[in-house]
Design a protein around this ligand. Structure first.
Ligand code: SF4
Length: 121
């Protein structure tokens, strides 16, 4: 059995989960979503990643970004490396794509701030 912290909602249930043969055993969950979370964590854990990218604009040296969807947990360092390699040279706003199809995962990196447009760089 593996100890997990369910991050699906603010309750943060402490789970114990594991497979006995094909059957998934989960304890500590207060709702069914904890079972879904445990199954995903044990078979294909994913995360949404939030970070920042550099810009060429002195008034706004960084802009916040996130993955537009979930990515495999094991790819987080590859995606961070890709994000760290970006320097924005044009003004973008919330929801605009910063890195399309990052690392070939089928997920874009998008801006989560309008600060570049607000600062009128
Ligand atoms: S098991 Fe249910 S109640 Fe507990 S943290 Fe997960 S989603 Fe929330």
């Amino acid at each position: 059995m593996k100890e997990l912290l369910c991050i699906t909602c603010p309750n943060g249930c402490h789970l114990e989960a594991g497979f006995e043969g094909d059957e998934l055993i989960v304890t500590g969950n207060q709702c069914k979503r904890g079972i879904d979370f445990a199954r995903a964590e044990l078979t294909n854990p994913t995360r949404t990643l939030c970070s920042t990218v550099k810009t060429v604009f002195p008034k706004t040296p960084v802009v916040s970004v996130r993955t537009a969807g979930e990515i495999p947990k094991g790819k987080i360092f590859d995606v961070m490396h890709a994000i760290n390699g970006v320097t924005l040279s044009k003004s973008i706003g919330i929801g605009e794509v910063v890195v399309p199809n990052v690392c070939g995962l089928g997920v874009d990196i998008i801006a989560t701030s309008n600060i570049l447009k607000e600062n009128q760089v």
